[in-house]
Ligand binder design. Structure first.
Ligand SMILES: NC(=O)C1=CN([C@@H]2O[C@H](COP(=O)(O)OP(=O)(O)OC[C@H]3O[C@@H](n4cnc5c(N)ncnc54)[C@H](OP(=O)(O)O)[C@@H]3O)[C@@H](O)[C@H]2O)C=CC1
Ligand SMILES: O=C(O)C1=N[C@H](C(=O)O)C[C@H](O)C1
Length: 255
């Protein structure tokens, strides 16, 4: 079977684990990764990650020219870089490269730009690409319909250095029609990778839906799941929620 060629935008805390998961999966070939700086680093993602191979050339963003995607073609571009990243890969969409973005703190104009690329290529955007959080989001949505009068609070916990409010928590708030400035409770301690909880409070019972990402490898596995669903699709905007909601519909038991 023909392997799927992948390029990654961002090779930081998350991008490295994304690259690692693609390197370990024989259905994919990691063609390159793009990062911001020209600082001295390994030439290949695989050697940076401790493998004795030279796979996934590391390319500084300053070397990405207008014809970069013609010279370095891939089937899918996976972005875990920065909200500015999207400005530099418009030409990928023109070359028909499918795009997965996991950047979680877009400004509205950047999100609009990403969405506009979906007119010419398949784009999947998800501020939390894990299957677990996506299921939590779908389940919370259903629960809200069943118990519309419950008090709902969202808790998000991350590592100390994360400055912005969780994009996942904001998306959950939007889905549940909650004012994000009032109902998101953020905790920043130590090295927590990412934990999200939605609490439904009623007078005589409490329902808590929670998810913890224990390793950033969870994001890599989510990106692989998304890539397998996106490849071969028509141009358009896709989401993890619609994929998981379809699976819920398919597997939901009837009593
Ligand atoms: N959707 C999801 O499930 C998840 C989303 N995220 C999101 O992913 C993003 C990255 O997170 P994290 O890995 O922790 O961040 P880091 O700061 O650790 O890494 C960011 C990476 O992006 C690179 N970079 C920065 N600007 C650009 C640019 N303009 N073009 C290309 N590369 C660039 C940096 O390059 P250099 O290394 O050279 O400085 C670095 O490699 C955040 O928005 C985060 O919230 C994180 C986890 C899960
Ligand atoms: O910055 C991160 O690391 C993460 N960001 C996402 C968010 O803001 O929701 C998702 C994940 O929990 C990790």
């Amino acid at each position: 079977m023909k392997k799927i060629k992948v390029g990654i935008w961002g090779f930081g805390k998350t991008g490295k684990l994304i690259a690692d998961e693609f390197l370990k999966d024989s259905r994919f070939v990691l063609s390159w990764v793009v990062r911001k700086n020209k600082i001295k680093h390994s030439k290949f993602a695989s050697s940076d990650l401790g493998y004795e191979t030279n796979i996934g050339k590391i390319i500084p963003i300053s070397d990405v020219s207008d014809n970069f995607f013609l010279k370095n073609p891939v089937d899918i571009l996976v972005d875990f870089s920065h909200n500015y990243g999207v400005h530099s890969y418009k030409n990928a969409a023109k070359s028909g490269i499918a795009i997965i973005s996991g950047v979680s703190n877009y400004q509205p104009e950047e999100l609009s730009l990403l969405k506009s690329l979906s007119e010419i290529t398949p784009v999947l955007y998800s501020p939390n690409i894990t299957l677990g959080v996506t299921f939590l989001m779908v389940a919370s949505h259903v629960l809200k319909k069943i118990i519309p009068n419950a008090d709902i609070e969202i808790i998000e916990e991350h590592f100390k250095g994360k400055t912005e409010v969780s994009g996942t928590a904001k998306k959950i708030a939007q889905t549940l029609e909650l004012d994000e400035s009032k109902h998101i409770n953020s905790i920043r301690v130590g090295g927590i990778v990412g934990r999200h909880e939605v609490i439904f409070g009623m007078p005589n019972q409490t329902i808590r839906l929670s998810h913890s990402s224990i390793s950033r490898a969870a994001f890599g596995q989510g990106a692989i799941f998304a890539a397998k669903h996106l490849i071969g699709k028509m141009p358009g905007l896709y989401s993890m929620e619609s994929i998981i909601a379809d699976m819920v519909r398919k597997h939901c038991p009837t009593y």
